[in-house]
Design a protein around this ligand. Structure first.
Ligand code: MN
Length: 233
C-alpha cells in the first residue's frame, strides 16, 4: 500500500507504558492554555470560569521526546521556559463526550514538559498572531512513561512539582486545575473527534521560568514517577 512513497515516511512516534512491553502510539498533542489561576496571573492575565471557556493550542507529534533526553538550546529564542504539566493519554474515540463518560476514553496519565520559546510566544500575543513558533518546535513536548489508569486508577489530585538543578520552581496540586480532566475532555471533544493516541497536556501551574545551557529539569506528579530533561552545554 505504501511502497510507492516518494521517500520513506517517518516512523510512528510512540511512548513507553509502565509495566508493559507495548508502546503507546502518539497521534495529536493538544495543550490547554491558562488552566491554573496563579499561572494565568503570573502571565499578566486572569481566568473567570463563569464567563470564559478553556482554550487550546497544538503541537506536532514530531515535537515529542522522551523523558531523560538531552536537547540543544533551541534556535531563535533567548527565553526558553519549562512548563510542568499533567498529561492525559486517550485510547478510544470520543466526540461530544459527557463529563460522566470522559474517564472511559482515558488510557492513562504521564508527566509532561510543555517547553516554550516565551519570547516568540509573547511576540505572537503582542501582534495578535499565532503561538505556534513559541510552542510547536523540535523537542518542545517532553513525555514520561505513561501510567495506565488500569494500574493506578483515575487521577484527579496530588502534587505536581518541578525543580531546576535541584531547586524547586513549581509546586502545586492537580486539584488546582481550573478545568479538570473530565471538563477538558468534554469541552475539547465538542471541537474535535478525539482519537486513540491523542495526548492532552492540561496546563502548567505557577512558577514558570527560563533555563539555560547545562540546566537539568526534574519534575514529578503523584503516583506517576517523574520526568527529566537536560539542556546541552
Ligand atoms: Mn503549557
Amino acid at each position: 500500500m505504501s511502497d510507492n512513497l516518494l521517500f520513506p515516511a517517518k516512523p510512528t512516534v510512540s511512548a513507553e507504558i509502565h509495566n508493559s512491553d507495548k508502546r503507546f502510539p502518539v497521534n495529536r498533542i493538544f495543550c490547554v492554555g491558562r488552566n491554573y489561576l496563579a499561572h494565568a496571573i503570573e502571565m499578566g492575565t486572569t481566568v473567570d470560569k463563569t464567563s470564559m471557556e478553556p482554550f487550546y493550542f497544538l503541537k506536532d507529534n514530531s515535537a515529542l521526546i522522551p523523558s531523560g533526553s538531552t536537547i540543544p538550546y533551541p534556535p531563535m529564542t533567548s527565553n526558553f521556559h519549562y512548563e510542568m504539566e499533567f498529561v492525559v493519554a486517550i485510547d478510544k474515540p470520543g466526540f461530544n463526550v459527557s463529563e460522566d463518560q470522559a474517564d472511559d476514553i482515558v488510557f492513562g496519565y504521564a508527566c509532561g514538559l510543555d517547553m516554550t520559546r516565551r519570547d516568540l510566544q509573547q511576540k505572537g500575543k503582542d501582534g495578535g498572531k499565532p503561538w505556534d513558533f513559541g510552542k510547536n518546535f523540535e523537542n518542545a513536548a517532553v513525555l514520561s512513561t505513561i501510567y495506565p489508569k488500569s494500574q493506578i486508577g483515575v487521577i484527579s489530585q496530588g502534587p505536581i512539582e518541578l525543580r531546576v538543578n535541584g531547586a524547586t520552581k513549581q509546586s502545586s496540586d492537580l486539584n488546582m486545575l481550573i478545568w479538570n480532566v473530565r471538563e477538558v475532555i468534554a469541552d475539547l471533544s465538542k471541537y474535535y473527534h478525539l482519537e486513540p493516541g491523542d495526548l492532552i497536556y492540561t496546563g502548567t501551574p505557577e512558577g514558570v521560568g527560563p533555563v539555560i545551557a547545562g540546566d537539568k529539569i526534574e519534575g514529578s506528579i503523584a503516583k506517576l514517577g517523574g520526568i527529566e530533561l537536560t539542556i546541552k552545554k
